[in-house]
Ligand binder design. Sequence first.
Ligand code: SF4
Length: 326
Amino acid sequence: MKPFGYTRSARASEAVGLVAARPEGSFIAGGTDLLNLMKDGAVAPDLVVDINDLPLSGVAVRDGRLRIGATARMGDVADHPVVGERFPVLSQALLASASPQVRNRATIGGNLMQRTRCWYFRDAGSPCNKREPGSGCPALKGQNRWHAIQGGSDHCIAVHPSDLAVALSALDAVVLTLGPDGPRSLPLGDFYRLPGATPDRETALRHGEMITGIEIPDSPLARSSRYLKVRDRATFEFAVVSLAAALTMKGRVVTDVRFAFGGIAPRPWRSAEAEEALRGRPLTDAAVASAARELVRGARPREHNAFKVELVQRALADILADLGGQ
Ligand code: SF4
């Protein structure tokens, strides 16, 4: 690991200034992903600024929105009674993530900022356009079972690993930030970038800008939400495919619906067409099949991950059967 500086700050504007002033400055809170990346040589910050002393760990509903602070621990948010009752998809996604030990340490902001588990990215001896722009993408012709079938490019097909981000995407969450130019609110749909020709740029954050919290509308949709994670083993494993869904119905007719998918794209994947195939229609097998077809339209599977095209459609049918009470 390369030598680096370390400091703590109890003032958000000071922490932002410290990171912004260094070319490779980085925030740290739980450190559960950043330290592994540093040890693997995938990232090498010259300064890490510890933000655990900032007052950003609260969880509360105010003015019709759930507000979760960036340094709230994953385990605390998962176990929060309001989250479990009114935002079940959040609680389920968090409990499906990592291990209890990691959830007790890892933060909400850090979870959103965690980096891909593409093994080429984490192996400093492999070329990787995300780690070293222009060096190539061995996953395109190599081991790509875990990689994207939607939203990838000829430069990168890595998927984003966060379960929480998928759940937040389905609930139309907003990411609150503070940067050198002041505070911003970024809809989650605008927060993550698709790789295109610049896979090293993963989010809309500017250098020195940090996540301060998340806001989620407190709505009937959020109360009727679920998370489904398909993985190779039942615990401490990343998703092969995952799905967050929220559905409201009147009788058998879908009044509103949201889906977001994990494990299939470089960011939580929304399909407006798939949602539109259900909204305002009876929840029938034919409607579900139509939504599933829309979901995988334009999919570009690779040598080892074509199975995801079928798997993600089955996951959609399963979660809709659960939410629709079939
Ligand atoms: Fe790197 Fe992306 Fe290719 Fe993985 S898929 S090797 S992260 S460029």
